[in-house]
Design a protein around this ligand. Structure first.
Ligand SMILES: *Cc1c(COP(=O)(O)O)cnc(C)c1O
Length: 381
């Protein structure tokens, strides 16, 4: 990147996220290979596409023929519509019955799991004389949103009578696909039973979906006619040892902005939780927990500088990270990679997550809006 480009695209602080849309495309195609031709994809691009930038990510997926996108809120759906995305969008989260009018203005599909919401959408639909598409969510064991499994049959039948509503989809979600196979199989089983029972009573719902990333990779009979991948699109594995070739999409990079020689025994950063063990070089990176890089990674995570691993030294600050590089010849302006690959080394979001007992989802979603996203293979967004 030339200096002028860098300033135009990422600003005056050399800290940025690089999104590899070619890797996204690769992962998408791997998912297509893992499902049957008759199965469609609802790509989860909520939380700004897990921190990857919902606009550019959705645009690439749409160009690849994705059938549906899923977001958490009406606001996220509106943002995509304003960026020109015309593909159907499903809102996975709830909306209060008073706030349903944007569904009509922007042509958004809402998840429904209360009678009140179904009724509110139906009333609006009657007023606008437009049929509204909804997906019904059924709780088969997640214990979060959804019609209770035992009540779902009766409620779906009642909702099906609302003539301005079109029940386009019915779905459920897995709480433990990575850890409890028997439970997940049971969920698929009872969900299928519900669909069959509804069909026998004359209610045919076109879209049936249950599988998240883990469902796609580990439970073929959960694919139904649509799947809802999130994590694996971004090249992250929900579990070790899964047989799919994924490429990580996000890299988090910065550059050394300051270096200094420090004598043996000096305390470094807030609280002096790190002391130099010998005379050494300390370098400063302009990124911190103010960018969503977790403070709990202090003295734990590695960074890559010139293809070599170095551990973060002392506390991660709001805007800075310090690294003891020993006698390595590291200078101002050298690139440092916090997530990503350099030479034969790579640091994955999974690695950072393991160090602090969380999941890779939280690491990538957490990288804040202060860090510009750049898309080298499509220009800058
Ligand atoms: C986020 C989400 C998904 C995607 O889950 P991954 O584990 O990231 O594949 C699927 N379904 C629902 C309801 C979700 O909220």
């Amino acid at each position: 990147m030339k200096t002028t480009d860098a300033i135009e695209t990422i600003g005056y602080r050399p800290t940025w996220v690089e999104i590899n849309l070619a890797a996204l495309e690769h992962n998408y195609k791997q998912i297509r290979k893992a499902i049957s031709r008759a199965t469609g994809i609802i790509a989860c691009v909520k939380a700004d596409a897990y921190g990857h930038g919902a606009g550019p990510v959705s645009q690439r997926l749409v160009s690849l023929g994705v059938e549906y996108l899923a977001v958490a809120s009406i606001d996220e759906a509106i943002t995509l519509r304003k960026e020109g995305i015309k593909t159907p969008i499903l809102v996975l989260g709830m909306v209060l019955p008073a706030y349903v009018s944007p569904l009509f203005k922007y042509g958004i599909t809402q998840t429904v799991c209360t009678w009140d919401l179904a009724e509110a959408i139906s009333k609006h639909a009657a007023y606008f004389k437009k049929q509204a598409k909804i997906h019904i969510k059924v709780d088969t064991g997640m214990g979060r949103l959804g019609f209770a499994y035992n009540e779902a049959y009766d409620l779906v039948r009642e909702i099906a009578r609302l003539k301005f509503l079109k029940i386009e989809g019915i779905f459920t979600h897995f709480p433990s696909a990575d850890s409890d196979t028997a439970f997940t199989r049971h969920q698929v089983d009872i969900f299928n039973k519900l669909i069959t029972r509804l069909e026998k009573s004359g209610i045919r719902i076109p879209m049936h979906h249950a599988a998240n990333s883990m469902g796609i990779l580990h439970y073929k009979n959960s694919h139904l006619n649509f799947v809802r991948p999130g994590l694996i699109l971004y090249g992250l594995y929900p579990k070790k040892g899964l047989k799919i070739d994924l490429r990580p999409v996000m890299s988090l990079k910065t550059k050394v902005v300051f270096t200094k020689r420090v004598s043996k025994g000096e305390g470094i950063s807030y609280g002096h939780s790190y002391h130099t063990k010998k005379d050494t070089t300390i370098v400063i990176l302009p990124i911190g927990y103010g960018d969503g890089y977790p403070r709990s990674l202090s003295n734990k995570a590695d960074v890559l500088i010139a293809g070599q691993r170095f551990k973060i030294s002392g506390k991660v600050c709001m805007d800075h990270i310090l690294v003891d590089v020993g006698d390595a010849r590291v200078g101002t302006g050298d690139e440092a990679i916090l997530i990503g690959a350099s030479a034969s080394e790579r640091i994955g979001a999974e690695e950072l997550a393991r160090l602090i007992d969380t999941i890779s989802y939280e690491i990538v979603c957490g990288i804040g809006g202060r860090v510009p996203r750049i898309y080298p293979d499509q220009g800058v967004v």
